[in-house]
Design a protein around this ligand. Sequence first.
Ligand code: FAD
Ligand code: SF4
Length: 511
Amino acid sequence: MRRLFIVLGDQLDRESLIFKHADLATDHFWMAEVAEESTHVWSHKQRIALFLSAMRHFADELQAKDYPLTYLPLDEHEFASLGEALSDFLASHKPEEVWLVKPGNYRVFKQLADTCKQYDTPIKQLHDQHFLSTPAEFKTWAGNKKQLRLEYWYRQLRKQYQVLMQDEKTPEGGKWNYDQSNRKSFGKNGPQDIPEPIEWPADGITEQVIALVNERFPKHPGELEQLQWPVTPEQAEQALNRFLDKALPQFGDFQDAMWTDEPFLNHSLIASSLNLKLLHPLHVIQQAEQRYRDEAAPLAAVEGFIRQILGWREYVRGLYWLHMPEWLEMNALDAHQDLPAFYWTGDTSMTCLSESIGQTLKHGYAHHIQRLMVTGLFALLYGVEPKQVHEWYLAVYVDAVEWVELPNTLGMSQYADNGIMASKPYAASGQYINRMSNYCKQCKFNPALAVGEKACPITTLYWDFLDTHRERLQANPRMGFMMKNLEAKSGEDIAAIKAQALEFRELHQKT
Ligand code: FAD
Ligand code: SF4
């Protein structure tokens, strides 16, 4: 055997560079389902089933094309980890080299590289053509810049790929960014005409996987009667078209809005398909741009959507490879509380949290603002140890892969990196949630109050957070407005807030 090509569970790219290199007479493909990938964080059942079903569909296609493939199903071997399974294969087959597309997880790459080292087998990484930039390009762009702001990286890629451009240098409509028009909340009547997500009936492969996951991981979070997420490129394309036809025109305006019992709103629901490499990001971007050119969707909505994929998605990947493995250990705000137990049950009287966590446990999904400004916000203000927050996000979302989850969690949401990613902590009181949703109307707490029986815990913890980190935050010009409001509070007010915050923490530590 000359080369062994490893295909990982989030590398199900039918156009992968490995196929361009493979010589089917001498090379061999290898895929393995191992328990560790579902248990190193306590993975949601939908997430486990999605990966396994999508992998098995991919493997079936390779086998139908007569590719030489070793596939290890979870229930047919005893290897606990990818490293163990690979070690066994290297010992018995002795390939000259191991090749793989750059993994999306530092831990996995290290484990595979260490295993190859034990057998003196060279390991070669190929560019993942499912991204529009490489970590090396990002590093060059980063150079000695003091701050790496998304906006400039995004503009560079817009020009490079000529996306939404009037001419080579001018953005469509004369503006690069329509973020300001993407922050509306729903009116009194709530969201209107929200399109239903597609439901795909389970085929034989998915049925087997559902049974396996329910049997093997019964105590893991989440529900799994039916798998709700695309497992093939064809299904992923249908999910994309559902979004482009029915939700994209509204996506911009209400991108940040939330509403009770509306888990999906106008979001695209394609992150898991992008991350498993069932959908190519450039295809998604070009299809969205075409809707604008056809006058089927407004510029602000299309730009807002494209910014997420061409901007945020590429930017967080660049940052991940620039700062791993140190990022995982950072804890700039010195936060040491345990993650409250209700993150695994949704059982809390804070409506914003019970809604966001409840839908997460049901579907393996919450949209960006629910992740950033509800579950993430609470963890930041409460002072949860960042690693525990990271492990929760990596476990509970169907689209969670470390290269994208970690920067969003430790950087954007928890400020554990002291500003590598965000120029200030995403701190807010319950009033922000009240503005962007109807959650507070259904809650026993009042977002305007920081002390007393009806006080909103998020508002209490917000003032407590500003006071606890007063010195650090005062030095940040972007926190000026918030810190001025803190300064306006009397010593007595602050003491009452801190006493209430302490009581709240003590109560939750006991549960
Ligand atoms: P839409 O709202 O329709 O957005 C379109 C696409 O843009 C997404 O599918 C996604 O590919 C991309 N995108 C949007 N925001 C971001 C972002 N901040 N970073 C990178 N890509 C983005 N996204 C993941 O794909 N996997 C994760 O594990 C993940 N963890 C997150 C953890 C936290 C704490 C936060 C705040 C955000 C996280 N995100 C993650 C980003 C974002 O919340 C999800 O991509 C999005 O909610 C997925 O839903 P959607 O497909 O309906 O996206
Ligand atoms: Fe959340 Fe506070 Fe609003 Fe209740 S009042 S929903 S806890 S923000």
